[in-house]
Design a protein around this ligand. Structure first.
Ligand SMILES: CC1=C(CCC(=O)O)c2cc3nc(cc4[nH]c(cc5[nH]c(cc1n2)c(C)c5CCC(=O)O)c(CCC(=O)O)c4C)C(CCC(=O)O)=C3C
Ligand SMILES: [Fe+2]
Length: 328
C-alpha cells in the first residue's frame, strides 16, 4: 500500500519511557546524557517514576494511539530514549522493504527539544542503518483543527467537573514543558516560535470553549541547573499568585503535551493538585489529546497533505551548552 504522497509506511516517533523499576535509571541517563542536568534533579525525578511503580504511561499511550489510527499503511513506532528505540525500528523498516515513511512525532511545537532533536534522532537512526528508508517528518500540528477540537472538548469536560459555584470564575491555565530561555529565543525559523505557537493554540482552544474567558500560559517540569534561566512562571507559583488575586478555581490544560504521561500525571496531578489543595482552590485538569477521535483522524489528514517542506537547517538550533566541569 502506498499513500497519495508515495509514503509506504507511517512511523510514530516518541520520547519513550520506562516500563519497570530497573528501566528507570538507564532511561534517565539516556534523557540527560550530555545535558548538564544536576544529579539531585535526576534522583528527584527517579523517585517520581519509582512512585508510579517504575512505569511511565507514555509507551502504552503510544500503543493506544497506534491501535486507534485508521491509516492504510503499515505503522511503526520508535522512541528517542527507550525501547523500542528508533534505530531498531528503522532497521526493521528497512528489512521490511519500506522506502519512504511519514513520521508523526508526538510533540506539536517548534523548539530544539520538541522538533530539531527528533529530526536529529531520525537522522542518527538512518545513518546507522545502511539502505534506511527516506523519512519525512509531518508538519507541526499545534493549530490543527483536530488537535484544537480534542483539547477544547477535554477542557469543557474539566470545567464541568468544577463545583458549579466556582465554575464561572475559573481561570484556564494552559501549561507546557518549560525550556531554557535561550532555547525559547531561538525556537522556529525566526525565534520565539515555541511560546508563540503555544499562545496561539491556547487562544484557539479558549475561543472554542468560552470566548472571552481569561486564560494564562505557564510552565511546568523545569529541569537543568538552577543558574540557567528557564521559562517562568512555574504552574505552582502561578496558582499561588491566582489565589492571592482572589481567583477561586482553575482548570489546568496541558496544551504542550499530547498524552497524559509522567510529566502530566506527576507535575500536575500530584504537585499542582497538592498546591491547590493547600490553597483551598478548586482545581481540575483537562486530559491531553490522547486518543480523542479528532486527534486520531488528524493523523490521517496530515498524511494526505502535500509533503511538507523540510525545516531550514538553521531552525531550532541545538543549545550551546557549557562544557561540563570535571567531576560533574
Ligand atoms: C519541550 C519538551 C517536551 C515536550 C515535547 C516532547 O514531548 O518531546 C518534553 C517532553 C517530555 N519530557 C519527558 C521526560 C523528561 N524530560 C527531561 C528533561 C528535559 N525536558 C526538556 C524539554 C521537553 N521535554 C528539556 C529541555 C529537558 C532538560 C534536558 C534536555 O536538555 O534535554 C527529563 C530529565 C529529568 C528532569 O526532568 O530534569 C525527563 C525524565 C517526557 C517523558 C514523560 C514520561 O516518561 O511519561 C516527555 C514526553
Ligand atoms: Fe522533558
Amino acid at each position: 500500500m502506498v499513500s497519495t504522497n508515495g509514503y509506504d509506511a507511517l512511523l510514530v516517533v516518541s520520547f519513550g519511557g520506562p516500563e519497570k523499576p530497573d528501566d528507570v535509571m538507564p532511561f534517565l541517563e539516556n534523557v540527560v546524557r550530555g545535558r548538564g542536568v544536576p544529579r539531585e534533579r535526576l534522583l528527584e525525578v527517579e523517585a517520581h517514576y519509582q512512585g508510579f511503580g517504575g512505569v511511565s504511561p507514555i509507551n502504552q499511550q503510544c500503543r493506544d494511539l497506534i491501535a486507534a489510527l485508521d491509516v492504510d499503511l503499515p505503522v511503526y513506532w520508535g522512541n528517542r530514549n527507550w525501547h523500542p528505540f528508533l534505530e531498531d525500528t528503522v532497521r526493521q523498516m528497512k528489512e521490511d522493504g519500506v522506502r519512504k515513511a511519514a513520521a508523526f512525532v508526538t510533540a506539536a511545537y517548534s523548539s530544539y527539544s520538541s522538533c530539531r532533536q527528533y529530526l536529529d534522532d531520525i537522522a542518527r537512526a538512518r545513518a546507522a542503518v545502511s539502505g534506511a528508508p527516506e523519512i519525512v517528518k509531518l508538519r507541526h500540528y499545534y493549530d490543527h483543527p483536530g488537535f484544537i477540537a480534542a483539547m477544547a472538548d477535554h477542557t469543557r469536560q474539566a470545567l464541568d467537573r468544577l463545583p458549579a459555584g466556582v465554575r464561572e470564575q475559573a481561570r484556564l491555565v494552559f501549561t507546557a514543558h518549560s525550556i531554557p530561555v535561550s532555547m525559547a529565543r531561538t525556537a522556529g525559523p525566526t525565534g520565539g516560535a515555541y511560546e508563540a505557537q503555544l499562545r496561539r493554540a491556547a487562544e484557539l482552544v479558549t475561543a472554542q470553549v468560552d470566548e472571552g474567558r481569561s486564560w494564562d500560559l505557564v510552565w511546568q517540569s523545569r529541569s537543568g541547573p538552577p543558574q540557567v534561566p528557564w521559562l517562568e512562571p512555574d504552574v505552582c507559583d502561578h496558582l499561588e499568585a491566582l489565589h492571592a488575586e482572589g481567583v477561586p478555581s482553575a482548570v489546568l490544560v496541558p496544551i504542550g503535551f499530547v498524552s497524559d504521561h509522567m510529566e502530566v500525571v506527576y507535575d500536575l496531578d500530584v504537585e499542582a493538585a497538592a498546591t491547590a489543595e493547600k490553597l483551598g482552590m478548586a482545581l481540575t485538569r483537562a486530559s491531553t489529546a490522547g486518543t480523542h477521535p479528532r486527534f486520531v483522524s488528524m493523523v490521517s489528514e496530515l498524511l494526505a497533505e502535500p509533503e511538507p517542506a523540510p525545516c531550514a537547517a538553521t531552525c531550532c538550533p541545538a543549545p550551546v551548552r557549557p562544557a561540563a566541569r570535571p567531576g560533574q
